[in-house]
Design a protein around this ligand. Structure first.
Ligand SMILES: Cc1cc2nc3c(=O)[nH]c(=O)nc-3n(C[C@H](O)[C@H](O)[C@H](O)COP(=O)(O)O)c2cc1C
Length: 142
């Protein structure tokens, strides 16, 4: 089956460890069932989530997520077919946003919505460890 990807940004509504753990538990339970993998960048002012898997399953998950009252202002950033999974080993990888370049002011000013596909993919590739300085040091030179 062909693979599909959706990326969105949203604003947490009541952000604390308990809520985050609940979200991650729901995400992992459903995603194992639905053959979805991905990553969730989490911080007090932003969720940024990458979902990948069979198209109907990813669309269904995104529709449920968009209705969830644990966040608000869900903004769709990217969707479309992909050749391969970036997070094949992760029912939902949790990223505590260390890898994000956006400041709180930039998020408030809507910079995530202005990011182009290459910039968004680069953020998630760095989280997945397939690009960036860490990944570069793992590749042995010829
Ligand atoms: C930020 C955020 C990320 C979520 N990520 C996922 C996810 O990756 N997969 C998923 O199925 N549900 C995810 N959920 C939970 C869904 O909104 C929903 O609670 C869950 O899919 C169960 O759906 P149901 O209550 O209709 O059975 C997420 C919710 C939030 C707020």
């Amino acid at each position: 089956m062909s693979l599909y990807r959706v990326v969105y940004a949203s604003q947490p509504f009541g952000y604390d460890d308990g809520m985050l753990n609940g979200i991650l538990a729901d995400a992992r339970r459903c995603n194992v069932r639905d053959d979805i993998t991905g990553a969730l960048v989490c911080r007090a002012d932003l969720y940024l989530q990458w979902l990948e898997g069979p198209e109907p399953a990813v669309r269904g998950a995104f529709a449920r997520i968009a209705r969830d009252d644990r966040h608000q202002d869900v903004r769709h950033l990217l969707s479309g077919p992909v050749e391969a999974r970036l997070f094949g080993a992760w029912a939902m990888r949790h990223d505590p946003a260390d890898s994000l370049i956006w400041t709180a002011d930039e998020v408030a000013d809507g910079v995530p919505e202005q990011a182009d596909e290459d910039q968004i993919v680069a953020i998630f590739e760095r989280i997945a460890g397939v690009s960036g300085p860490d990944a570069a040091t793992r590749v042995s030179p010829d």
